[in-house]
Design a protein around this ligand. Structure first.
Ligand SMILES: Cc1ncc(COP(=O)(O)O)c(C=O)c1O
Length: 392
């Protein structure tokens, strides 16, 4: 490969750009994870994590990817043979369902078109019909990273409550936490799943479970075999800032710094910044004359935009041209929308000019790949960005 000059544009929807402050925080000597300095660090991050998940309950942090945190949520609350209800809203929802099946759960899937979010009314219908309360959990992906669609978690909670069904609500916030408003306690979520490499601006390697009271009591009776993922083994030592096994020490230094950055900016400002960048991106897409994968404006994602290429064109070829010519990585279409969609990640440590550069690369790349577009997408986005408050 020829030497690349300047900075690579990392515009996949996670892992995201790790800011300098976080990189510097990671660049420290490893300390004794059973010593007092570590205890203080861990107590601080476990406490700050609660503010980001918006919960008063415990948050546990695994040295894992998001998939591990998915598994932890299921094995701690459920028993083999339990029925779980899932919504097929995209690739990641599908993968979570497959994982649940491998754990011996009976997965019932509400089919979807991969262009809209979890349908609270269909969940309600299923739960109403489940008179014997066989369904033990409803699993929802808040921000489906493969499609750029956000599901209304509060509406799902209301649907469960309306039919007085005791199922737990488990939610994946892997690509929304720290980018899109999320409220574990207020929305009555029982377990929230997160990870480090997206809105939290860290490298991959940390998985999170925010745990509500109902989930904690379900864990007492849950018979899924678990050891590494067991909350009980984690929660007791966490009280004093320790872990049952070796934690990802340096990632926790990075996490401490990332939380500081989010709080300095203010979570509401962080969410507004993401929403503004998403709107600017959609204006560019509209000006190009292309179609969004998300079909419902009320469900547009603020952390990424998935864009359909016209029939007869290949989204992977577009990404290839953009990588080769402009050194920018974009997200691929996944699963059944492979080659039909490419995704622009605009989450994490991201500002107006980074977005301007990103959209410029996409506009040039689409033209070079022979996709029929109107020029002027970048101009439409810049007009919008110049009109809004800076950094908002
Ligand atoms: C919504 C969502 N859930 C789960 C995952 C899986 O996370 P990981 O790849 O860190 O295991 C991803 C990864 O991108 C995701 O976007």
């Amino acid at each position: 490969m020829p030497r690349r000059v300047g900075r690579h544009f990392l515009n996949i929807p996670g892992p995201t750009n790790v800011p300098e402050r976080v990189l510097r925080a990671l660049d420290r000597a490893v300390i004794d994870h059973r010593g007092p300095e570590f205890g203080e660090l861990a107590r601080g991050v476990l406490d700050a994590a609660r503010k980001v998940f918006k919960t008063r309950g415990p948050v546990v942090i695994f040295p894992s990817s998001g998939t591990g945190a998915w598994e932890a949520a299921l094995v701690n609350t459920l028993s083999p043979g339990d029925a779980v209800l899932m919504c097929e809203i995209g690739h990641f929802a599908t993968l979570w369902a497959e994982l649940a099946r491998k754990l011996g759960l009976k997965v019932e899937v509400i089919p979807g078109d991969w262009r809209t979010g979890a349908a609270a009314d269909k969940i309600e219908e299923k739960l109403r019909a489940d008179k014997g309360h066989a369904i033990k959990a409803v699993c929802v992906v808040h921000n489906e990273t493969s499609t750029g669609v956000v599901s209304d978690v509060a509406a799902v909670r209301k649907a469960i409550d309306r039919v007085r069904h005791p199922a737990l609500l488990l939610v994946d916030t892997i690509s929304s936490l720290g980018s899109i408003d999320y409220r574990h306690d207020e929305w009555g979520v029982d377990v929230t799943v997160g990870c480090s490499q997206k809105g939290l601006m860290l490298p991959p390697g940390l998985g999170f479970n925010a745990i509500g009271e109902k989930a904690l009591s379900a864990a007492k009776g849950a018979r899924s075999p678990r050891a590494y993922w067991d909350w009980q083994g984690m929660l007791e030592p966490n009280k004093t800032g320790f872990f049952p096994y070796t934690p990802a020490t340096n990632l926790l230094y990075g996490l401490e710094e990332a939380f500081k950055m989010l709080f300095e900016e203010g979570l509401d400002n962080v969410f507004a910044r993401h929403a503004r960048h998403a709107e600017a991106t959609r204006r560019a897409v509209q000006a190009w004359g292309l179609e969004l994968q998300c079909a419902n404006p009320a469900e547009y994602s603020a952390s990424l935009t998935a864009i359909r290429v016209p029939d007869g064109h290949d989204a992977d070829a577009v990404r290839h041209v953009i990588l080769e010519r402009f050194d920018m990585s974009l997200g691929a279409g996944l699963g059944k929308i492979k080659s039909k969609v490419f995704r622009i990640g605009h989450l994490g440590d991201f500002n107006d000019l980074m977005l301007a550069g990103t959209l410029s690369g996409v506009e040039m790349g689409l033209a070079l790949a022979g996709v029929p577009i109107q020029r002027g997408g970048v101009a439409a986005a810049l007009d919008y960005l110049a009109g809004g408050a800076p950094g908002k």
